[in-house]
Design a protein around this ligand. Structure first.
Ligand code: NAP
Ligand code: ZN
Length: 350
């Protein structure tokens, strides 16, 4: 039987988030039904509600940083049992057959992965609805084990902010002795600091907000650069092996490229609106053999590895807990750069 559950979503482009009812599918043999306890708010939720990237399907129920308890399992489920605490991130499906899926990079599925919300799921013939809801039904392949030693409410943002910063840091082989700059101190940026630090790097926060310098240091940054201060930027030219750029709006990339050492790489994870990245001066790459790259969340295997790494190293996001009625206000605060450093919706409080 399908299940009617309370959710929080937007009925149309840029509409406020309000309470709605949605249907969750019957648990099929490979499925797990999860009562949601906590869901983080990612800036991608705001982009999607506003249809910044095009293709949003309304009503939209955002939320892809989900922690919850297993309440029911299908008869072919092997990895989980009723009562387990589990996580769900940005994906709930992929083709499973292409080169990327076979290499455990489901996020780069050649057919396109099925997003946890606002996606068409052909396998189950439905539109997906995300974690701003009481319950979700997900194929067990896309469900993660959660370390038991970490504070559960704070673990939720690892499912997107955590893996999106962990994956490029690992892919570009960040290690002791490297200098890593994290651009933008929000949800992703604060995880970037913590994870790069745990990998042994010298970590520098590059922020547009001078008032965040103290927090950046207490989160683990060894130094802070104020990106609006051109003298500060010039003094740090040619210093960085890796730059992790989390800025969520169009901006000029050229000043940041000057910070890279020879052979350094700037990795874009902030979802700059299509075709609005400004003019890239090719000489900023050519002189110094520099590289500009991008990275999308992480595959399931790597997401589990990241959760285990955070468990072993006691790494959790800094969160501000809210109730579902406060989501609209949280969006406003994120757009005003006022997030410390991830909002998490608490569904355990009714
Ligand atoms: P967030 O919590 O809102 O933080 C973004 C930070 O960027 C802000 O705190 C601010 O830091 C900086 N910033 C904001 N506006 C700026 C501006 N006009 N100029 C310069 N800096 C500015 O956002 P988030 O949740 O971390 O997400 C960041 C971006 O990553 C979003 O675009 C999101 O969609 C994207 N994302 C991508 C992936 C992926 O797989 N690639 C996954 C998740 C999210 P300062 O005050 O320190 O400058
Ligand atoms: Zn996200």
């Amino acid at each position: 039987m399908t299940q009617t559950v309370i959710a929080y979503g937007a009925q149309s482009q840029a509409a406020a988030i309000s309470q709605i009812s949605i249907e969750r599918r019957e648990v099929t043999p490979a499925d797990i039904s999860i009562d949601i306890m906590y869901c983080g708010i990612c800036h991608s939720d705001i982009h999607q509600v506003n249809n910044d990237w095009g293709g949003a399907i309304y009503p939209i129920v955002p939320g892809h940083e989900i922690i919850g308890k297993v309440t029911n399992i299908g008869n072919q489920v092997t990895k989980f049992k009723v009562g387990d605490i589990v996580g769900v991130g940005v994906m709930v499906g992929s083709c499973g057959n292409c080169g990327s899926c076979k290499d455990n990079f489901e996020q780069y599925c050649e057919q396109g992965f099925i997003g946890t919300y606002s996606s068409k799921d052909p396998k189950h013939d439905e539109i997906t609805y995300g974690g701003y809801s009481e319950n979700i039904v997900v194929d067990e392949k896309f469900v993660l084990h959660v370390p038991t030693n970490l504070a559960l409410n704070a673990v939720a943002p690892l499912l997107c902010a955590g893996i999106t910063t962990y994956s490029p840091l690992r892919n570009w082989n960040v290690k002791s002795g490297d200098t890593v700059g994290v651009i933008g101190l929000g949800g992703l940026g604060h995880m970037g600091i913590k994870l790069a630090k745990a990998m042994g790097a010298h970590v520098v926060m590059i922020t547009s907000s001078p008032n965040k310098a103290k927090d950046a240091k207490s989160l683990g940054a060894d130094a802070v650069i104020i990106s609006k201060n051109s003298e500060d930027m010039q003094n740090n030219a040619n210093k960085f092996d890796i730059l992790l750029n989390t800025v969520p709006v169009s901006h000029d990339l050229n000043p940041y490229l000057s910070l890279l050492k020879r052979d350094g790489t700037m990795i874009l994870v902030g979802a700059i609106e299509p075709f609005k990245a400004g003019e890239l001066n090719g000489f900023n790459l050519i002189f110094g053999r520099k590289r500009l790259g991008g990275s999308l969340i992480g595959g399931l295997k790597e997401t589990q590895e990241m959760l285990d790494f955070c468990g072993e190293n006691n790494i959790i996001p800094d969160v501000e807990m809210i109730t579902a009625s406060e989501i609209n206000n949280a969006y406003k605060r994120m757009l005003n750069n006022d997030v410390k450093y991830r909002f998490v919706i608490d569904f355990t409080k009714k």
